[in-house]
Write a protein that binds this ligand. Structure first.
Ligand code: NI
Ligand code: MN
Length: 228
């Protein structure tokens, strides 16, 4: 599995001959690694409806003629906005399409879509277990630390975990360190930090703390990849 950090919470995940983009926020992201028109994907997976996660989802999905996979209310929103294909799931559900397996897990956050001066209910925020080619990535979405992360780690074979460390809107690095230990996947990619001054964190220090508990941190710059 090859994971490319697109900036903020965006990941391009490649494995088993499939390419999946999670939470593409490129337009208007000062740290974006790619232009949305250059993203090739077989599916777009969204954790929740906030603008820093859904930004370029519709354009990428329709340009690639691929589905947006999201919680049912958010998938419905994109269907009304002109997405050609949507798959609306809900927490705890799993689905496989075209060699792409997605399972949604709980996340503790909020979720809505801001569309001009209107605010749409976007369902519950989600974490994502994405399996490609027999390997599984857990993208925690925007979330606080919660003790059922232990259960998620015990009940799934997770190869790599992407955890928010920015603080303020999500877990900060101290809580994320406990999350990483509870989930237990060896490889850890910090996300949702350093995009804006309010979520500035030290990715290298986080990785050093992971090493002390036997895990491997990958604080990627936007555009960098890691092979797991
Ligand atoms: Ni959010
Ligand atoms: Mn966010």
């Amino acid at each position: 599995m090859r994971i490319t950090f697109l900036g903020h919470a965006g990941l391009l995940v490649e494995g088993g001959g499939r390419r999946v983009v999670i939470d593409p926020f490129l337009t208007g992201n000062p740290k974006a690694a790619m232009k949305p028109e250059n993203v090739k994907a077989d599916a777009v997976v969204l954790t929740h409806g906030h603008g820093d996660h859904i930004g370029d989802a519709l354009a990428i999905a329709n340009a690639n003629d691929c589905p947006i996979i999201a919680v049912v209310e958010l998938a419905g929103y994109f269907g009304r906005k002109g997405a050609k294909k949507t798959i609306g799931m809900n927490t705890g559900g799993s689905f496989e399409t075209n060699g792409i397996r997605v399972k949604f897990t709980q996340a503790f956050h909020s979720s809505s879509v801001q569309d001009g001066d209107q605010l749409f209910y976007a369902g519950q925020p989600q974490g994502v277990l994405l399996t490609l080619g027999g390997q599984t990535l857990y993208h925690a979405g925007d979330t606080a630390l919660f003790s059922d992360m232990k259960m998620i780690g015990e009940r799934h074979k997770i190869d790599v975990q992407a955890l928010p460390i920015g603080d303020f809107y999500t877990m900060g690095p101290d809580d994320a360190l406990d999350a990483a230990a509870w989930i237990g996947a060896k490889h850890v990619i910090p996300i949702h930090y350093n995009t804006f001054p309010g979520i500035a964190q030290d990715g290298a220090a986080f990785a050093a703390n992971l090493e002390e508990i036997g895990l491997k941190g990958h604080p990627l710059e936007p555009g960098q990849s890691v092979e797991i």
